[in-house]
Design a protein around this ligand. Structure first.
Ligand code: COS
Length: 387
């Protein structure tokens, strides 16, 4: 699977197919049976983390030279898609690890990469990404968190919001202002440790979905970190953050495709089983058209996500457009498909006896995180005008 972006014949390689099959088996065995309970208890599934780590699927994107599997962008998408098909909360394990470590892989010094990536590869550590703030969501460059050089290092003050897997992660990539007054060019990226003095966690957010992935604020109060924990040169943090999102938005597309596939699977089976007016509801054209539309849109989303993954792998010039398009299209489609799956199941679909209401709740976040779909459309339009 390493370094094989060569799938312009629109077929997955044998290695990718084998990976998909292996993840599917693990999901059926260890994750699907737990998915509803993870949602109900809203606890981080350490058993799933261990199962993914044992199978080396928890951070498949880490290069081999740092002790990782060296999975390419499509491999990461396949892992994330297959896990999301059963449990999106669990899919955040590989997704957040990729999001947190990619800034290092994109802009970090060799020393930083050698220090942190092997720990994530081995499963000893987990990494989150901290860009947003309470008052700086879509307008990320208006952030207020401040890092001031001092005492041979940096002193951080401020807060970050909606941080996925906060409290679970060992390390955080944190974007903060190092030179105020010059906008995005005054932002730098840093590695912060969960046990750095002055680092603290907010209370867990109470959310619509992805209950098994904790989301919290993180706070810095005179939090001192050594000078060599800056990622790249001062002032390059915003670019690093944006380049990271170009790649990882593709993985959100993969989550969306997975959760939509999970919902379609349930709707298809239910429609063929459920009898009304003396026959299965799948024999009614109204239901057939819904299911056909769901499958058609899902396949279009999947193809766009895989095409974007190929661009991510080869760092293509049009990745910014493709990452935004894949995330935006797949998540809009996932919201439609999961909502329609609830409709196909009718009253049953609205209850927790069936997983489709969970899929619908979980799908919603894919339209919001790593940039709202309104932001994705801004990003796409900018690229169109730049041509
Ligand atoms: N790759 C590399 N550099 C990029 C880039 C990208 N994809 N996008 C922007 N940049 C650079 C620009 O080239 C510009 O650099 P210069 O100052 O050297 O010209 C700089 O970053 C600022 O770009 P821009 O002016 O476009 O930034 P804006 O403040 O207008 O913001 C959006 C642009 C809205 C697209 C950005 O803030 C964004 O993506 N917001 C959403 C953030 C997000 O996804 N949050 C979720 C957090 S993770 S859950």
């Amino acid at each position: 699977m390493a370094g094989n972006p060569d799938f312009h014949d629109f077929m997955l390689s044998e290695e990718h197919e084998a990976l998909r099959a292996a993840v599917r088996d693990l999901v059926a065995d260890k994750i699907a049976p737990r998915a509803s309970e993870i949602d109900e208890t809203a606890e981080f599934p350490w058993d799933v983390y261990e199962a993914l780590r044992d199978a080396r699927f928890h951070a498949i994107h880490i290069p081999e030279q740092y002790g990782g599997e060296g999975g390419d962008a499509l491999a990461a998408c396949l892992v994330i898609e297959e896990i999301s098909r059963a449990c999106m909360s669990s899919a955040l394990i590989p997704s957040v690890n990729k999001l947190g470590t990619l800034p290092l892989m994109v802009s970090g010094s060799e020393q930083l990469k050698a220090e942190y990536l092997p720990k994530v590869a081995s499963g000893e550590a987990r990494f989150s990404y901290a860009l947003s703030e309470r008052e700086a969501g879509s307008d990320a460059a208006s952030m207020k968190a401040r890092a001031v050089a001092g005492d041979g290092g940096w002193v951080l003050n401020g807060q970050k919001s909606w941080i996925s897997n906060a409290g679970i992660s060992t390390y955080y990539t944190v974007m903060a202002v190092t030179e105020p007054g010059i906008g995005s060019r005054g932002i730098s990226a840093f590695v912060v440790h969960a046990d750095d003095p002055g680092f603290s966690l907010g209370t867990p957010e109470r959310k619509l979905g992805i209950h098994g992935s904790p989301t919290r604020e993180i706070h810095f109060e005179d939090c001192w970190i050594p000078a060599d924990r800056i990622i790249g040169e001062p002032g390059t943090g915003f670019k690093t953050a944006m380049t990271t999102l170009d790649h990882t938005r593709v993985t959100i597309g993969a989550q969306a495709v997975g959760v939509a596939q999970g919902a379609l699977d349930v709707a298809l089976a239910y429609a063929q089983d459920r009898q009304q007016f003396g026959k299965p509801i799948s024999s009614f054209q109204g239901i057939q058209f819904m299911l056909a539309d769901m499958a058609m849109k899902l396949e279009a989303a999947r193809q766009l996500v895989y095409a974007a993954a190929a661009r991510s792998e080869r760092d293509a010039a049009d990745l910014t457009f493709f990452g935004a398009a894949a995330k935006c299209f797949a998540s809009d489609v996932a919201m439609e498909i999961t909502t329609d799956a609830v409709q196909v199941l009718g009253g049953a679909g609205y209850t927790k006896d069936w997983p489709v209401e969970r899929y619908m709740r979980d799908a919603k976040i894919t339209q919001i995180y790593e940039g709202t779909n309104q932001v994705q459309r801004i990003v796409m339009a900018k690229r169109l005008f730049a041509r």
